[in-house]
Design a protein. Structure first.
Length: 458
């Protein structure tokens, strides 16, 4: 490069942006145009597949969300009546067996003249509404927390299902039902209970219909009979519900009607606490009186302990004397010496010796007395034996003895009446005279009675 030549920059080497935009597509070579169309096609397919995958993922997410929230499950609308809506809110969960089976949808007050206070509507999802039967399903309003309550529907095992998904048919003409039974035997079952004229249940719901029991039903002349075909497929919604007043299934419109359930309402926690506070307030006077009595008992116990201390202090000398006495009586022979003196042992020995001698003499005297008594008894026995021999040998002896006794008695009685000895037996004589006079008067009265009885009647 020569020093005199100036270097000019090549400014036109790269095309300008406006020149590129103005470049027509037909100016490109055929190879470049083919390559560009392939790239555009690839990009288009990529965008298409990406869009499809995005739509599939979004649809799958929506499906999972709907399935988890129970959008595809059957829902049944129920209602019940409670005294108070305190602690209950729209959207609260409804429980059954510990599971969340639905939610509260509406709470509103009843009209002023209605005897019910609050109406609560709630929905229960499949399959839990199939646990609700007529024999025991109720709505319990339980206390959930300090300021809240919750609904719990109990599961029943008796009766009939309250909601069914199999259509029922109301027959006003029993001939049509009889034709269906004849054409499809074993397909038709009762969807109601049948009562006789005396309100006695004669046919239960779900009993199979046949010509014999259909004749029984026809004899009652009912206005209509509700039955269902057990071969008909279930619907994906509740089509009938049990009416407890009419004892039958009635057609049900899920979006317009609700099923009634009885309620068992327990008081709220605040009401229970208020009742507890009231009981505590009522019990406070008794508790205060009891504390006053306890205080009085404690005061008396304190006074008794102080008196006991005084008594114990007064017993100290007595305890010392008793200790001294027991100390003196500890050695052998000390109690006798302490009680009788120093000569007590000799005196006791003399008393025992005299008692021994007395017992010995008494023993000998007793032996002699026993011998004498025995001898006396022997003599008495000899006398009686001799007397018995004499009586047996002389039978007149007893008559003579008896006559002697009678004569002696007469002699004594005569002496009592003698003038010389009468004063000595004055009281006995007067008693005998009174007895004789009384006997005489009685005898005279008896004679007069006999005479009166013998007289003829006037």
């Amino acid at each position: 490069m020569s020093p005199g030549v100036a270097i000019q920059p090549c400014l036109n080497f790269y095309p300008k942006p406006h020149e590129l935009n103005a470049m027509p597509l037909q100016d490109l070579t055929p190879q470049l145009r083919t390559r560009l169309s392939r790239v555009e096609r690839t990009v288009g397919w990529f965008v298409f597949f990406a869009t499809v995958l995005l739509l599939i993922g979004f649809a799958y997410y929506i499906y999972n969300a709907a399935e988890s929230r129970g959008w595809f499950k059957m829902k049944v609308q129920f209602h019940t009546y409670v005294q108070s809506s305190e602690g209950l809110n729209v959207g609260d969960k409804v429980l059954m067996m510990g599971f969340a089976v639905g939610e509260i949808t509406e709470i509103h007050a009843m009209p002023p003249r209605d005897d019910r206070n609050v109406r609560i509507e709630f929905r229960i999802v499949e399959p839990y509404f199939r646990y609700i039967w007529t024999g025991g399903s109720v709505v319990k309003v339980n206390a959930a927390s300090f300021l809240g309550r919750q609904l719990e529907v109990t599961r029943a095992t008796n009766g009939y299902s309250i909601c069914v998904t199999q259509p029922v048919t109301v027959f006003t003409n029993l001939d049509d039902l009889a034709q269906d039974i004849d054409s499809d035997p074993g397909h038709w079952q009762l969807a109601q209970e049948v009562f006789d004229a005396q309100s006695n249940l004669i046919l239960h719901a779900y009993e199979f219909l046949n010509p014999s029991n259909l004749q029984v039903i026809a004899a009652l002349h009912p206005e209509s009979i509700t039955a269902y075909d057990n071969t008909e497929k279930d619907r994906h919604q509740v089509v009938a519900s049990w009416h407890p007043r009419y004892h039958r299934y009635e057609n049900f419109t899920p979006n317009d009607e609700t099923v009634w359930l009885p309620a068992s309402e327990s008081p709220a926690v605040s009401d229970q606490l208020q009742a507890m506070v009231t009981q505590v307030q009522n019990a406070l006077p008794g508790i205060l009186a009891l504390t006053n009595r306890v205080a009085a008992i404690l005061d008396n116990a304190t006074l008794a302990t102080s008196n006991l201390n005084v008594t114990i202090a007064a017993l100290h000398p007595l305890a010392g004397n008793l200790s001294e006495i027991t100390g003196r009586l500890r050695n052998p022979g000390d109690p006798l010496t302490w009680a009788l003196g120093t000569n007590g042992s000799q005196q006791v020995q003399d008393v025992l010796t005299n008692a021994n001698a007395l017992i010995a003499s008494t023993d000998s005297s007793l032996d002699q007395l026993t011998d004498q008594v025995g001898l006396t008894l022997v003599n008495a026995a000899n006398i009686t034996s001799n007397l018995a021999v004499q009586v047996q040998s002389d039978p007149t002896m007893l008559f003579g003895v008896s006559k002697l006794v009678l004569d002696t008695d007469d002699f004594v009685q005569g002496l009592k009446r003698h003038w010389l000895l009468r004063s000595a037996f004055k009281k006995e004589n007067e008693a005998a005279a009174k007895a004789a006079n009384a006997a005489k008067a009685a005898k005279e009265a008896e004679d007069e009675k006999k005479i009166l009885l013998q007289l003829p009647p006037p």
